[in-house]
Design a protein around this ligand. Structure first.
Ligand code: DX5
Ligand code: ZN
Length: 213
């Protein structure tokens, strides 16, 4: 299991130290939550801060867009060459076009499903994707309770992935901790995002390692 700590739960007063701590602590990716105050009822960081995160980071960026205008935000972050940019199926009229745009930029495309969205809704996009991100909370805030039905959804998605594109990874985001990690692994999940579980721990490295099962 790969682990992508979400910096949403970091102490932004000492952000450089918080980034260095998770990189030195053995994380696999750095999850960056970008919100626009429209698609979700919250706002986070913009390009000035993400640029400075990228300078400090020694692990690849996993940028999660929670925005209405995906084109606009992709253009803001493309120059950083993040490993992944994920966008919500619920916010995009032309998801296939966005996938092609990311591919042309050399960025691995990923689609995010909110708790109500079904894996079947993206079945015909799977062959073009590197990753599907399943939300296990409603997007917008860290520290929420894990929605249990994501386990069943991951199991169903895994079946579709094996049929359509076995190289596509499954990531789960929201409420992940040491109690649900084994169920996520058993359901075929490859990457977990963990915000409050990692940044709320006394020892970030120990928290990260407890999820790398
Ligand atoms: C929620 C974000 C998550 C969030 C996860 O909108 O997408 O990445 O930071 O935080 P935890 O792990 O605390 O649920
Ligand atoms: Zn996220």
């Amino acid at each position: 299991m790969l682990v992508a700590p979400s910096i949403l739960s970091a102490d932004f007063g000492i952000l450089n130290d918080e980034i260095t701590a998770i990189c030195d602590g053995g994380c696999d990716l750095i999850h960056v939550d970008v919100m626009d105050g429209h698609f979700v009822p919250n706002m986070t960081i913009g390009p000035v801060v993400v640029n400075s995160v990228d300078k400090i980071a020694t692990k690849p960026l996993d940028i999660h867009l929670m925005v209405e205008d995906n084109n606009f935000f992709i253009d803001l972050y493309a120059h950083l060459k993040p490993e992944y940019i994920s966008f919500h199926i619920e916010s995009e009229k032309h998801p296939h076009r966005i996938i092609q745009k990311l591919r042309a930029l050399g960025i691995k495309p990923a689609i995010v499903l909110n708790p109500h969205s079904t894996p079947e809704s993206i079945e015909y996009l799977l062959e073009d994707l590197d990753m599907v991100l399943l939300m296990s909370v409603n997007p917008g805030f860290g520290g929420q309770k894990f929605i249990l039905s994501v386990i069943e959804k991951a199991t169903a998605l895994k079946k579709l992935i094996l049929k359509r594109n076995p190289n596509c990874l499954i990531e789960v985001d929201g409420g992940v901790n040491h109690k649900n990690i084994q169920d996520l692994k058993d359901a075929g999940v490859d990457i977990v995002v963990a915000g409050s579980y990692v940044y709320g721990a006394d020892d970030y490295s120990k928290a990260i390692k407890s999820l790398q099962i």
